[in-house]
Write a protein that binds this ligand. Sequence first.
Ligand SMILES: O=C(O)CCC(=O)C(=O)O
Length: 192
Amino acid sequence: MYLNGKIAKLDAWLPQEQSRSLYQQLLAYPGWQQHSIRMFGRQVLEPRLSSWMADDGVNYRYSGKLREAAPWLHEVKQVNEEISAYCGADFNSVLLNYYRNGTDSMGWHGDNEPELGELPVIASLSLGATRRFLFRHRQTKQVIELQLADGDLLIMNGLCQNQWQHSLPKSPAVQQPRINLTFRVTHPIASG
Ligand SMILES: O=C(O)CCC(=O)C(=O)O
C-alpha cells in the first residue's frame, strides 16, 4: 500500500482469479480502437489502444473529439460495482487502455476534463504486465514512481489532479500487454 493523502495504491486488490479472467476477456475484446491525438500541432496515433464504456448517454470528449460509449461488458460492470462500493463513489464510466507492450505509453497529463467535475475521484485498476507509473507535482516538480502490477488498484482523490500530473513511460524491456481501467464519474455533456 502506498498512501500520500491524494493517492492510495492497494496491492493485488483484485483477487488473482478474477484479474486473470478479466484480463483474458479484455485481450480478446473486439472494441479496442487506436485514436489520433493532437501533439505539437499534428495529429498522431496514440501509442496505445483504448475503449470507453459508460452508462447510457454518458459521452466523453478526448483530445477535442466526442467518444460514444460502448455498452458495458458484464465483467467490467461487475468490477465497476465492486470498486464503486469500495471507494464510496458512483462510477458511471470507464476508460480502458491497452498497452500492447512496453513501447506503448501515455505522456504527462492530468485527468481534469470539465466533464469529470471539480474534484474527481478516479480509481485505476491494472491488469497484466507490471509497468512503471509516475506522478509529477505541478509546482514543485517532485516525482513519485510506483510500480503498477496485476490486480493493483490506484485511487486518486479529488485534489490529486489539481496538484499532480501522471504518466506511463515507455518500458521497452516489457514484452507483455497491460490493460488499465480508469473508473470515473462523468457528468453528461452535450453532444455535437
Ligand atoms: O494506464 C494507466 O495506468 C493510466 C492511464 C491514464 O492516465 C489515462 O488514460 O488517463
